[in-house]
Design a protein around this ligand. Structure first.
Ligand code: NIG
Ligand code: FE
Length: 429
């Protein structure tokens, strides 16, 4: 993550107190599976002491308040519930424009895939993103960052994928880095050059040069790795987009360059994409709406974390959510994420995603909170800094307008946190 982890807070000592519940998510430094996903480790009537942006004590008020010096700035949680900042493990943070026009078409009955096959979808956002300057993308990215922060998300994974040329993919990844440097949002970058086959490479254009997969492997991946612009490589693995064979080539090349792997898998077809994620030892397989029991077993055997994106199922008007219960029962360390993007999931709200996870996938509120914090942090390998409220971690903390954590997914569609602290600094809401 960005160097701001080491940035000193402007006030050296802060005490957050009068918390009805502090949901610490404290525990081992690894993803939570099975029944562990329901163990939240809650402190009642608690307080948190922070020094220079890091947590130095968490516990009952009676134990923590005496540790604070007279100079400590007090933040009153007003008897409300406190959690770690949300970690959103799958976002397409940087893009130009929006697709409200396609939303209207879907409302009239067209499907997401039909719109895509007619030249809309990802390709329409690619056209707009290619012509945007880096500065314009940073400005839009900063606006999106505020949306995340206002909803209590303090860390996001951020993918490229709306450029699909060497220069425009690098432009997007540099914009991710700038947003991470210029806003309090912590961003973990992922290269997704294989998000869609660009128009100029589709057969309609009778293109005869090297294939797009070759361009990714020969030019894009080496540049991304050499400029250290991404930590992960992702592929949209779907029969009509990047087949399992193409995805295997790209992901194998990425791994050889030191990138870790994430895969958009089984979103529309159970095509072996999750099996590929397992075969290659990917960190995550994402979507998985169509995954079968064989795929779930393979993810478990390989230790791949499933990243479930119910916001995209909801927004494209599908009924088929990923089989979250089967995954939890199989012992998978489930992650929830927004899939924030202008097409299939235009939301930056983790509480909304948690609500969908509870009502549509039958996850419990405790499982949803684990999936939105510590499990997501593990999926991005940032669990030593964020994802739980443990001594030594950065003070990324949310005070919710609620007395009980179950209210977070219960009040849906617009509840905003009362206070968000990033690195111990209170954000203007
Ligand atoms: O995760 N399926 C591929 N990618 C995105 C959608 C991107 C878009 O529609 O612009 C997803 O759902
Ligand atoms: Fe996505």
């Amino acid at each position: 993550m960005s160097s701001k982890l080491e940035t000193a807070a402007t006030v050296s000592e802060r005490l957050l107190t009068n918390c009805s519940q502090i949901v610490t998510l404290s525990g081992p430094s690894r993803p939570r599976v099975g029944a562990e996903m329901r163990e939240l480790s809650i402190v009642r009537d608690g307080a948190i002491l922070m020094h220079f942006g890091r947590i130095v004590a968490v516990g009952p008020r009676s134990e923590v308040e005496p540790l604070a010096s007279r100079d400590a700035e007090i933040v009153d949680a007003a008897g409300q519930v406190v959690t770690p900042g949300f970690v959103d493990g799958h976002t397409h943070l940087i893009f130009a424009g929006n697709r409200a026009d396609e939303f209207e078409l879907r409302c009239a009955g067209m499907t997401y895939q039909q719109i895509s096959e007619q030249g809309g979808g990802i390709r329409s956002t690619v056209r707009k993103t290619r012509t945007a300057t880096e500065g314009e993308l940073v400005d839009t990215g900063r606006k999106h960052a505020q949306w995340f922060l206002r909803n209590g998300t303090t860390t996001v994974e951020a993918k490229s994928g709306y450029g699909l040329t060497l220069e425009s993919e690098l432009k997007i990844l540099r914009a991710v880095r700038s947003v991470s440097e210029q806003t309090p949002l912590r961003c973990v970058p992922t290269f997704l050059g294989a998000h869609e086959v660009p128009e100029e490479y589709s057969s309609d254009y009778h293109y005869e040069g090297p294939s797009y997969v070759e361009l990714i492997i020969r030019e894009m991946l080496p540049a991304v790795a050499q400029q250290r612009l991404a930590r992960y490589c992702d592929v949209f693995c779907e029969p009509k987009v990047f087949s399992v064979g193409m995805a295997r080539q790209i992901l194998t090349a990425a791994k050889a360059l030191g990138l870790e792997l994430r895969v958009h898998a089984d979103q529309f077809t159970c095509s072996g994409a999750a099996l590929l994620a397992a075969e290659l030892g990917a960190k995550t397989a994402d979507h998985l709406e169509q995954s079968d029991s064989v795929s779930i077993a393979a993810l478990k055997a390989a230790g791949v974390q499933p990243v479930l994106l119910p916001g995209s199922v909801y927004a494209i008007g599908s009924q088929k959510y990923a089989p979250a219960r089967a995954m939890i029962e199989a012992g998978l360390a489930v992650v929830l994420a927004t899939d924030f993007n202008p097409g299939s999931s235009p939301t930056a709200s983790m509480p909304m995603v948690m609500s969908l996870a509870c009502t549509q996938m039958k996850m419990t509120p405790a499982e949803a909170l684990t999936a939105a914090t510590i499990n997501a942090a593990c999926s991005l390998d940032v669990q030593h800094d964020v994802g739980s409220l443990d001594v030594g971690k950065v003070a990324d903390i949310v005070v919710h307008e609620a007395e009980d954590y179950r209210e977070i997914p219960y009040w849906f569609g617009g509840q905003r946190p009362a206070v968000v602290l990033v690195g111990g600094e209170r954000l203007a809401q």
